[in-house]
Write a protein of this length. Structure first.
Length: 297
């Protein structure tokens, strides 16, 4: 006997979560090469591995512990959501690892509720240039590691951040946040790794205006003065949450020292078009160190 369907059956399956990740240096979507996992905060054995879709959304069709009935009734999800740990690692070491908590399940791409609590001026490099006030992205930022090359013509400021201890040893400024400001506008925001190494990568400022005579001669080397601010609350966790790391931006910046064992702050630094800038402190008037030191609190 042949069964003929007068009309095709339709089956709707709702996806219980979706995460998007963007490169903090240029807001490019990160759609491959990551290890993304979630685990129930109270029952870690309930966990799942996420995979990317062609659009760059990381998802899993199954949320651990989500019953079949609830899976098919997304209107009930907000009331039934519970906390999950989100763990993002990059086996290729392009980006620093990231940890946060998210209430799941959720329809559509996850919108991090902590965006609204952050210093909006200081997180400007993480938002689209035309973002309106109160904008909450439906993506999460991944910060480049010190080893990653800049994606295209981007300004790059690198440093090894540390605090000199009384016994002469160095304490790395693990997970510190560093901003780069030119002409009053923050152009780059970087996060230090566990060893204090940091790369703040962002766009270049607008090129200085030229007179017709200057334009006729061609543009030579272009250099701006960059102001550096380092925010470091000496977070205790081996790998703090994203909200703890970016929450440091609300604290007063630490003084970066021009010269070790002196209180002179690091002055404005020359940021040259097409040339990475490496920040260091001086040991003496003419001797450079390999580290940018922060004044102890």
């Amino acid at each position: 006997m042949t069964l003929v369907l007068v009309s095709p059956d339709r089956f709707t399956r709702y996806v219980p979560l979706g995460f998007a990740f963007r490169d903090a240096s240029d807001l490019g979507i990160v759609g491959d090469g990551l290890d993304v996992r979630i685990a129930d905060s109270e029952r870690p054995f309930r966990n799942a591995v996420l995979g990317p879709t062609p659009s760059g959304t990381w998802m899993t069709p199954r949320l651990p512990g989500l019953g079949l009935d609830l899976a098919q009734t997304p209107a009930d999800w907000p009331a039934k959501a519970r906390s999950f740990k989100v763990m993002v690692d990059d086996p290729f070491r392009r980006f620093l690892p990231m940890r946060l908590e998210a209430d799941l399940p959720v329809r559509g791409r996850f919108v991090w509720p902590e965006w609204a609590s952050l210093d909006q001026a200081k997180i400007a490099p993480l938002l689209p240039a035309d973002a309106p006030a109160g904008y909450k992205p439906n993506y999460l930022p991944l910060f480049p590691s010190i080893a990653r090359g800049a994606p295209g013509p981007r300004s790059t400021v690198r440093a090894q951040l540390a605090e000199r201890q009384a016994d002469g040893s160095d304490k790395p400024a693990a997970w510190a946040a560093m901003t780069v400001t030119v002409d009053g506008k923050i152009i780059a925001l970087g996060i230090a790794g566990a060893n204090g190494s940091i790369a703040a990568v962002g766009g270049y400022p607008a090129l200085p205006a030229q007179t017709p005579a200057q334009a006729a001669k061609g543009r030579g080397e272009v250099t701006w003065t960059a102001e550096i601010a380092v925010h470091w609350d000496e977070l205790a966790d081996d790998l703090p949450s994203l909200n703890a790391i970016l929450g440091q931006l609300s604290s007063p910046p630490r003084i970066a020292l021009k010269q070790l064992n002196k209180d002179d702050p690091l002055p404005g630094q020359p940021l040259t078009l097409g040339r990475p800038l490496t920040l260091v402190s001086l040991k003496s008037a003419n001797v450079r160190l390999s580290t940018l030191y922060l004044k102890p609190n």
